[in-house]
Design a protein around this ligand. Sequence first.
Ligand SMILES: *Cc1c(COP(=O)(O)O)cnc(C)c1O
Length: 473
Amino acid sequence: MHQNILRTIPSVNELLESPEISKLTDLYPRPLVVDAVREVLEGIRQSLTDKTVSKEDIKASSQPFAFSPQKLHDLIQHVLQQKLCGIEHAINATGIILHTGLGRAPLAEEAAKQIQNVLESFCTLEIEKLSGRRGSRYHNIEQLICTITGAESALVVNNNAAAVLLALDTLARGKEVVISRSHLVEIGGEFRMPDVMTKSGAILVEVGTTNKTYLKDYENAITENTGLILKVHQSNFKIVGFTETVDLKDLVSLGQTRNIPVMYDLGSGALIELQKYGLPYEPTVQESIKAGVDVVTFSTDKLLGGPQGGIIAGKKKWVELIKKNPLTRALRVGKLTIAALEATLRLYLEEGLALKNIPVLKMILTPLETIEERCKRVINKVGSETRVCLNLSMVDGLSEMGGGALPGENIPTKLVCIHSEKINAIELANRLRNSTPPIFARIEQDRVHLDMRTVYDEEVDIISRALENIFSS
Ligand SMILES: *Cc1c(COP(=O)(O)O)cnc(C)c1O
């Protein structure tokens, strides 16, 4: 029924040659403009042939093609802008330190510099400089991991999910894996322990209950086909109240008497005892290795504060077996990861350096006075004209570790609370996100809140300027 109107829609070429749209090819790469023109025209065509279009819409479009050149230009430019939104620097004012959406751990300056230094030209990825012989890309990083954690052997793969999959595939394919029901966790982003176990070809043997598992539950489940005892850190939740878990040491002795390896998926993998600094307990890699566990797996972009990766560390006997698995090649890391992870790990050789230079650790330990000072700077830097249309105040609140560490344990913080009669909270958060660089905030009780714990000192003034821009237009 809309045949006539459809016929009046211009062609892709007509549009590209029109004065309005040809201007866009000066501003944006031509292939993107062509794609955007196509998409917009297709959208218009679809909306006209869509049977669900209301009577109003049909009436509105029942004249010849009704889009003005300006309107088309705006639509196409909007599509182009979306196409150009790639990965870019963002300001994290959510107070969630390990925010997967915002790239998890930001790198230490040392790590970022190392990427630049090493990778702009060729590098000694797999050659031993002294002998000139072919070496392993993991050699140096393995030594670092062993020195820091006390493990005999170690390997780095694409992420912790890959580490778990690879370890299970090597140690437990076709065999039974004994695991407490309280450890069958979902990490998010499709990582569910029971599914990963099944995928690796392991046979899941659940023991105990959600809240209570005893050593005898593990003992009773062991058969001659048991390949592994698995413990998983409850990274993102807590079971409290009437509970019982088995000590890692007891699991290790059980494994040793029955000649079965014990693996611990630590998730976050803290390399520094946080309790010393007044923070809640998070199991460290070192204490697990010391307890005698055969294999540990953990992420390198959570509490460790490095690039995305997963570490498998532990007893030589098992880790060497894992290294020989053909899957290892499929899950291996590139030189970017190696450069950044080596530089990050080197900082851990001296605890003070790690605490001072690794952003994740620095953010956890930032004193309230510093955060308070950042809040005041945001507030004071906003000019008096802008201040007329918005109300800025400093309030108390809580930051979150996020990313599967310290679940339920929030860290006291200070936030800038913004209220405006002109723009509601959702719209304001929207505009902040659409600033350059994008600013990510929290909305609580209908107010936009900026948690200054996760904001870098250099970013404080950018926030004030973004607020001025939003309220001056
Ligand atoms: C985060 C986490 C994973 C997944 O690690 P990625 O590095 O995100 O792949 C697996 N297990 C546990 C316990 C975790 O906390």
